[in-house]
Design a protein around this ligand. Structure first.
Ligand code: ADP
Ligand code: ZN
Length: 717
């Protein structure tokens, strides 16, 4: 199997004297190029193809420096490929996305105090020797920093023999400590942990850990992690926003005395290589990662935890489109390993699985420290409108003022980056639109430009209207977080403010620093996008104000209500997590909307029951199955006519319905016109078999026309 978009593995000859076994890495020729691939197993019962011997090429080399993939990885790749209708080679490619793992491991060197002091002593050298005089092996750059010298000074001291170079231990050489004192669990937590351990003890099983924000879900699943680790097994914890998990990592460190391995796109390529190897060699025991960590080659996985299991970012849409939460359950089942799904607002899919007995439902009803959950109220914007050109109602402004006067923190949440979503010319009505997408350009005042949130195109904010030439006629319409931050600055000039938005906080370390400042109460008002909504524990936060609670409700998406509920519940759940009591205020023009009403009443279960009923009636997931086929092309006609041809080729089937093609709501992205077809199937129908048949019967796409299949789609734009 080559890590390429090919439909199946290729056949090669094993040269004389070479022994290969399934799942080993080999180098093979394909056309003029040599590729690293994996010896695959042929599905049982499949006869080898009759290929003339002289047409077969030989394996070039068996790669023995890295461990072979675990067998379960091969099964998993086949399973994911077949379910998502993608090529198994592309899944293998995700499994191999650590090129440096195949480099010979380079030992890393540090320095330590060794020989006599050098003959020629300088103040800089003296500082280095003083700093190094603690018996430790230092990373060269940290010693240089500690002594306030350049690394050249250190190299000089190695040359004189005063310092010696020593191999540095790898991070995974620091073993986890499973004997540490753990938190004393409350009665409710202890019962949940007991229940969880009963369900994670032996082989595959899924537990849904469903507990209000701050109830101690993490403490509870730490018990299951500790149990798996003490059996010598590996543990994987998936998180939706790995960049924001510094708190979790610190907690792991406190609990297990060592850092877990981190796996996400922010990890440098050489480190990825080292982590991949350590996982494959069963040395990395605890891994915390983004969805792609699911494809790491764990030989002895004993537990998978999916934290914030409802989160949308578990769904990957490009290339292989998969839902990592669902695939975690598959990985668990193939590898005989238990899975824990954790959330304060579980997905409807998981709740239905729990209610039908497929998952064990474990609930935590009360917060650990706080007196109770935050009191949530709706602010009716019709009765309490903001001033003209402003976005905060007097009710919310008063609440922020009262919070600040008590020395507590307030968070204002608006899930929209930038300053204003649309810019308009007051004279001629011209609106700035992206040249490549059917979308408005968003003003980013901080960076002084108009930006497309779909393709990244940007232009500087012009002085004059490009349409009528009028000067100073451009007006921003509607609010983004930057505009809210400006309003807060005018209202509360004394308050220490921080604006958190992914485009303004470029590096993970900056972000972690800002989060630390909030945690340690060096900030009074936080203005942020969903970057601040997830998982954080801010002890001083008393008030959460949602600037636009209606945002997201209007979308034509079967999950719009569920998603808005989850997001707003999560963000208001940041308030009052410790001693101070918390409050959430949701600005809305629709206070009676079921989502807003459920947030205010706190009656989550009733809301979800209604949502579940509505899904059942409409046979939407999880009661029916969906797949989306997206046709795109640079010419609109080409996209439309191919989409029609695809629809005509759809085989008839009793329990499967094909809807469309229809122009996608976002009809152009990056200059490509888009048409959607939606396949709606009964739960018992074999959707994949149907799609495979259909794909085999459709006409070939010509020119730059593309077809993308997305099974279980989450995006309908
Ligand atoms: P959740 O994951 O449900 O949001 P956490 O596990 O993060 O909740 O717990 C919230 C806070 O309460 C954390 O700071 C955690 O350390 C603390 N906490 C929870 N349970 C306990 C416990 N039994 N003993 C000490 N601290 C606890
Ligand atoms: Zn664009």
């Amino acid at each position: 199997m080559l890590p390429l978009a090919l439909p199946a593995p290729y056949d090669y000859l094993v040269p004389k004297g070479m022994q290969v076994a399934p799942s080993q890495f080999v180098v093979v020729p394909l056309g003029p190029v040599d590729y690293l691939g994996v010896v695959w197993t042929r599905p049982e019962g499949e006869t080898p193809p009759q290929i003339e011997r002289k047409k077969l090429r030989e394996i070039i080399e068996l790669v023995e420096e890295v461990p072979a993939l675990p067998r379960v990885s091969l099964d998993f790749a086949d399973w994911v490929a077949s379910y998502t209708l993608s090529s198994p080679g592309m899944v293998l490619r995700m499994m191999m996305s650590a090129a440096h793992a195949f480099d010979p491991p380079a030992p890393r060197y540090g320095v330590r105090l060794a020989g006599p002091a050098p003959e020629r002593m300088t103040p800089a050298r003296a500082r280095v020797l003083a700093a190094a005089n603690n018996g430790l092996t230092w990373v060269k750059s940290s010693l240089a920093e500690a002594a306030g010298v350049s690394t050249g000074v250190i190299d000089g001291l190695v040359d004189t023999g005063a310092l010696s170079a020593e191999p540095l231990p790898d991070w995974h050489d620091i073993p986890l400590d499973l004997t540490r004192q753990r938190a004393t669990l409350t009665k409710e937590q202890a019962e949940a942990a007991h229940d969880l351990l009963a369900n994670t003890g032996d082989g595959f099983g899924v537990s849904l850990l469903d507990g209000v924000t701050g109830s101690g879900k993490t403490e509870v699943y730490f018990e299951a992690i500790a149990a798996a680790l003490s059996l010598g097994k590996q543990v994987l914890v998936l998180m939706p926003e790995i960049a924001l998990t510094s708190q979790f990592i610190a907690r792991c460190q406190e609990r297990f005395g060592a850092r877990p391995a981190e796996w996400h796109s922010g990890v440098s390529a050489p480190l990825r290589g080292r982590i991949w190897r350590a996982v494959a060699e069963n040395k990395a025991k605890l891994v915390v990662g983004a969805r792609s960590a699911l494809f790491l080659p764990f030989p002895d996985l004993g537990l998978i935890v999916v934290d914030e299991e409802h989160d949308q970012s578990y769904k990957q849409e490009d290339r292989v489109s998969y839902q990592a939460r669902d695939m975690a359950v598959v990985r668990g089942s193939l590898g005989g390993c238990p899975v824990v799904l954790s959330s304060a607002t579980p997905s409807i899919e998981s709740l239905v699985n729990a209610s039908q007995g497929r998952y064990r439902h474990i609930r935590l009803g009360v917060r650990y420290k706080a007196a109770g959950l935050p009191a949530i109220a709706a602010v009716d914007m019709r009765a309490n409108p903001p001033e003209r050109g402003r976005w905060l109602s007097p009710v919310l402004i008063d609440a922020v003022a009262a919070t600040l006067s008590r020395g507590e923190q307030a968070l204002l949440f608006l899930n929209r980056r930038g300053y204003a979503p649309v810019t308009l010319c007051r004279k001629c009505g011209f609106k700035f639109e992206c040249p490549n997408c059917s979308a408005w350009l968003v003003e980013h005042r901080f960076r002084r430009r108009l930006e497309c949130h779909h393709c990244g195109t940007f232009v500087p904010i012009p002085e004059t209207c490009p349409n009528c030439g009028a000067e100073h006629s451009l007006v921003p319409c509607g609010p983004g977080v930057e505009r809210i931050a400006e309003e807060v600055a005018e209202l509360f000039p004394e308050a220490r403010r921080v604006l958190l938005s992914s485009d303004l906080t470029p590096s993970i370390s900056d972000l972690r620093e800002t989060l630390r400042e909030i945690e340690e109460r060096e900030v009074d008002v936080i203005i942020g996008t969903q970057l601040v909504a997830k998982g954080h524990h801010f002890p001083g936060l008393a008030l959460v104000g949602v600037v636009d609670g209606d945002l997201g409700l209007a979308q034509a998406d079967p999950r719009a209500a569920e998603r808005t509920f989850q997001l707003l519940n999560q963000v208001t759940g940041r308030a009052g997590r410790e001693a101070i009591s918390g409050r959430g205020l949701i600005q809305t023009y629709m206070p009676k909307h079921p989502v807003i009403a459920a947030l205010v009443s706190g009656d989550r279960d009733k809301f979800l029951e209604r949502e579940i009923e509505a899904r059942r009636e409409a046979t939407l997931p999880p009661f029916g199955r969906l797949a989306s086929l997206l046709v795109s092309a640079s010419a609109r006609d080409a996209a439309e006519s191919y989409a029609r041809a695809v629809a005509l080729a759809a085989p008839p089937a009793a329990k499967i319905q094909v809807l469309g093609p229809a122009e996608a709501p976002l009809s152009v992205i990056r200059g490509r016109h888009r048409y959607r077809l939606l396949v709606k199937a009964a739960r018992e129908a074999d959707l994949q078999a149907y799609l495979r048949l259909w794909l085999s019967q459709m006409p070939k796409a010509k020119g730059d026309v593309r077809l993308a299949v997305d099974v279980d789609p989450y995006s309908f734009l």
